[in-house]
Design a protein around this ligand. Structure first.
Ligand code: HPA
Length: 274
C-alpha cells in the first residue's frame, strides 16, 4: 500500500485507540438490511463515520454510518454499521479501509454479513448461507499495488480464507438452535445491476451458490492481514433457472430484515467460542 494510505490508516487507528474503552478482538460488518442487529448490542460508544478522521462515508439507503463499540452476549465487539461498496464509486482502498483499521486496533476475527441472491435450487428466500469459499468476479483485486511485506504476503495463499473451525462451530450452534443453515460459495460482483437470468445461470455453472456486491474485497484484505474470517449471506431473492425474481433494493432490504433475528441468534451463540 502507498505511504499516504498507511499514514491515513495510522491516523484513524490512533483516534480510535485513544477513544475506545474496550479492546474487541472481534469485528462484525453488517450487510444491507441487517442493521437491526444493533438493537441487541449493549452499546458502549457509537461513533458516526463523519467524526472519525479519514473514515469514508456510506451513500446507500439501508446502510447507516456508525462504528459501534459494545458487547454482544457479553463478548466485546466492534461493529461496522454500514459498509462501503465498490459500486458506489469508491476505490478498493476505500472499500477495505475498515478492515485495515480493524486490524490496526487489534481485531483478530472478522464476521462479514451480506444480502445475496440465491442460485442454488435448494435455496429459499430467507435462508442463511455460511460462506465456505468465494469467487472474486469484481474484475479487480484490493491487493493490487505495492505490497508491504510487514502487513502480509505479496501472493497470499487462498486455500482457507473462511475459517473451517468457525464454519464447523456455526453448524454445531445452528443445530442446537434448530436453525436451518445452508453452506456454499459466494460470487462477488461489482454491481450495481442485479443479474440477468443468463448471468445467474452462468455464475451457478461456474460453481457459485449465491451472488452479491460486497464481502469478497473485505475478505481478501482481512485474510491478507491474517485475520480469521467467518461470513454469512442472507438469501434475499432467487436467481434460480425458471424462478428468477424481479429483485429490487426494497425487497432485498425487507427479506434481509425478516431473516435478521435468525442471523443474530446464530452469531450470539457463536461469539463466546470464537
Ligand atoms: N444479486 C446481486 N446482489 C444481490 C442480490 C442479487 O440477486 N441480492 C442481494 N444482493
Amino acid at each position: 500500500m502507498s505511504e499516504e494510505l498507511k499514514n491515513r490508516i495510522e491516523e484513524t487507528v490512533a483516534y480510535l485507540n485513544a477513544r475506545k474503552t474496550i479492546n474487541p478482538k472481534i469485528a462484525i460488518v453488517l450487510g444491507s438490511g441487517l442493521g437491526g442487529l444493533t438493537k441487541t448490542i449493549d452499546i458502549i460508544d457509537e461513533i458516526p463515520y463523519t467524526q472519525i478522521p479519514n473514515f469514508p462515508v456510506s451513500t446507500v439507503p439501508g446502510h447507516k454510518g456508525t462504528l459501534i463499540f459494545g458487547k454482544l452476549n457479553n463478548v466485546e465487539v466492534v461493529v461496522l454499521n454500514g459498509r462501503f461498496h465498490y459500486y458506489e464509486g469508491y476505490s478498493m482502498d476505500v472499500v477495505t479501509y475498515p478492515q485495515q483499521v480493524f486490524c490496526g486496533i487489534g481485531v483478530k476475527t472478522i464476521i462479514l454479513s451480506n444480502a445475496a441472491g440465491g442460485m442454488n435450487p435448494t435455496f429459499k428466500v430467507g435462508d442463511i448461507m455460511v460462506i465456505r469459499d468465494h469467487i472474486n468476479f469484481f474484475g479487480t483485486n484490493p491487493l493490487i499495488g505495492v505490497n508491504d511485506d510487514k502487513l502480509g504476503p505479496r501472493f497470499p495463499n487462498m486455500s482457507e480464507v473462511y475459517s473451517h473451525r468457525l464454519i464447523k462451530l456455526a453448524h454445531s450452534k445452528a443445530e442446537k438452535l434448530n436453525l436451518h443453515l445452508q453452506e456454499g460459495v459466494y460470487m462477488g460482483v461489482s454491481g450495481p445491476c442485479f443479474e440477468t437470468p443468463a448471468e445467474y445461470r452462468a455464475y451457478h455453472i461456474l460453481g457459485a451458490d449465491a451472488v452479491g456486491m460486497s464481502t469478497v474485497p473485505e475478505a481478501i484484505v482481512s485474510h491478507h492481514r491474517g485475520m480469521d474470517i467467518f461470513a454469512l449471506s442472507v438469501i434475499t431473492d432467487l436467481g434460480v433457472v425458471g424462478q428468477v425474481m424481479e429483485a429490487s433494493h426494497e425487497e432485498v432490504l425487507q427479506a434481509a430484515g425478516d431473516a435478521e433475528p435468525k442471523m443474530m441468534k446464530l452469531i450470539c451463540e457463536m461469539l463466546p467460542e470464537m
